[in-house]
Design a protein around this ligand. Sequence first.
Ligand code: BGC
Length: 415
Amino acid sequence: MKFRAIMGALCAAGLMCGVATAQAAESVEVLHWWTSGGESKAVGVLKDDMTKQGYTWKDFAVAGGAGAAAMTALKTQVISGNAPSAAQIKGPLIQEWASQGVLVNIDSVAGDWKKNLPPEIDKIMHAEGHYVAAPFSVHRVNWLYINKAALDKAGGKVPTSWPEFFAVADKMKAAGIMPIAMGGQPWQDLTLWEDVVLSQGADFYKKALVDLDQKTLTSDKMVQVFDTVRKIQGYFDSGRTGRDWNLATAMVINGKAGMQFMGDWAKGEFANASKKAGSDYICAAVPGTEKSYTFNVDSFVFFQQKGQKAATPGQLALAKTIMSPEFQEQFSLYKGSIPVRLGVSMDKFDDCAKKSYADEQTAIKSGGYVPSLAHGMAQPDAAAGAISDVVTKFMNSSQDSKSAVAALAKAAKTK
Ligand code: BGC
């Protein structure tokens, strides 16, 4: 007798009806913003795993890098009583959603997570003492991607300081190569700006963007940060308005542009285009940030489903799968990240991922491991949004650095 027929017979006999329908037919609706080539491949691994386990995957993908559009869509869904089973939420936003009383806890599948996660990250997955989020992987944000052929043609070397960077950019320009591929959305502006903040040192970064220390925010060093950003902008092309990050990555992949500042989800695009780290492209820490590491950990939270306070079998299966070693490996291979779960073998990973892993360990020990502001890890939504507005205004106008610094200090007080 086939499985369905057996279940049907048991059900007719008054046995196991609920269990059978709940498990075999549960549809899990998953809200995320992974829509680029590399991102889709990575989330496809989860979809396939869930399908194999007998669940129906209902994709709720909302395009838009860094998730601003996805977060707006999520609020609408939750307010209208149609919360998805799971949503891509990270950093302090996890606690913000938990405090609304709309999440379920996933403790029952998280028995061994504490010993398998870095403590900084384990903490973020909790709200009020319970696990409410499942982590996927660690993205490093402070990367500079360089097209190897463009670098060779320009006769430059991988820059480790801003003067070296500007020297390479000038050489590329002289060789007829557009030096920097830049996209045109506020989060991309903020990503570059936080890179430059980090180049003033991890302590400076922490005081400025984690502690929101007014003295640091209004310091001469912060004026220099804006000055440097302004100088970098001189190497952008004129067509960046509205450009998506992956289109900017494609410009570096196909040699139209020489370099891009972007987190290592960009590496997922290089991999998807069959480009090899080291020979086709170079991944280098942003100039002046070699010893530091801005981390960005993607995670899913799970929403209470209609009439149910506890996690459904599908939600628990999702959380368990996300943290399984096999999934952690394959997801990151496609995504450009490194597994967040400790002890997953790095053998199959490329040199950039190996460097990310080694640099992460060093940065954790040296105090250089800092949360990314641009990717929702450092501040609650309101403060991060206010700072982002200041940076984007600066980068899209001729505002001077000193007045941007004054606006920044004010924005940091946003609660
Ligand atoms: C997310 C990544 C994603 C990137 C671009 C980041 O905020 O953490 O997973 O690939 O945005 O959309």
